[in-house]
Ligand binder design. Sequence first.
Ligand SMILES: Cc1ncc(COP(=O)(O)O)c(C=O)c1O
Length: 390
Amino acid sequence: MKDKEIEKLISQEKKRQRGVVNLIPSENYESEDVLKALGSVLDNKYAEGYPHKRYYGGQTYTDKVEDLARERALKLFKLAPKKWSVNVQPLSGSPANLAVYLATVPLGGKIMGMSLTNGGHLTHGQKVSMTGKVWQQIAYGVDSKSEVVNYIELEKLARKEKPALIVCGYTAYSRIVDFKKFRKIADACGALLMVDMSHFAGLVAGEAYPSPFPYADIITTTTHKTLRGPRGAMIFSKIDSRELNKKIDKAVFPGLQGGPHMSQIAAIAVALKEASNPNFKKYAKQVIKNAQALANELMRLGWKVVSGGTDSHLVLVDTWMGGAGISGTEAEARLERGGIICNKNTIPGETRSPFDPSGIRLGSPAETTRGKKEKDMIKIARKIDAILRK
Ligand SMILES: Cc1ncc(COP(=O)(O)O)c(C=O)c1O
């Protein structure tokens, strides 16, 4: 690179990434091929619109790239092209969720989503997000004892509030979501069901976590977490008389965005092909085994893991333990000094603040990409214990 300042910072970041244990559950290591597509000449091209219906000339290859990305997305999740549509243009997960609401919920209407402190994402209708200013969030949480979704309470709330859309699939929730129950609840109150599978999309692709496709009307996902692609997002929607797919396409462009990032779409296509390789199934299963090994060892060492374990890639740890331990902020800082990167996180029934919460969120996707197995995760858990007890 001619720009030595940026070149140096990139190489320093590369060294940092290589030198730490990365337990951030929403991060991963993209392949060289994904990075190559991302840094390609496709980034020079304006392609406003959709394949074969663009607002600029010169689309011979960009149309093929986007068609291929869509085809691979449907194939990976075993969806019939006549029944499901996919939009691969959202720039990231937050704009993808915003596009769905814009397409399906009247302004000021009700969106039922999990509260932030219980594990929901900002874009599931939190007040600090645009999604909570334009629409009204009907917040649900987890059961205070089991720390998993209480479907009976959820149904009561849904029947009372009659939201236009129910969102499930979270940011800090480690258990299997019962999509069938969510479908039943959505039907009982006349709501659309949207699953935000951003965190576990790679686990669904690898057949290590239940698929939401048989139950949801709309599915959003980021492409950069367990799916191991570039930063980006996709929106899947059912094709039927409600024309959700057409409304969503319009909401993405021209509703919210201009030209799609074609290099990003090409990189998504590469990642989707990689995820269809049989090795990816092994990866997805190992991600869960590794998270479970981490959670079990931490619990054996006396730490409180929210909900008593994990079914996925994510482990939420209560480091505060009612005042007997340390705050999430302190835990995150101490671990970073010890070469382990994670993030502070609220826990269900949070008594502190989101800026200085009671827990940390750990995850296995990045370290599993680097080849870690259960025995390595047990060692990492012991190191975490030693650092936090100092
Ligand atoms: C469940 C969920 N949805 C959406 C997003 C938003 O994704 P992005 O950061 O790409 O906007 C996240 C990000 O952490 C997430 O966890």
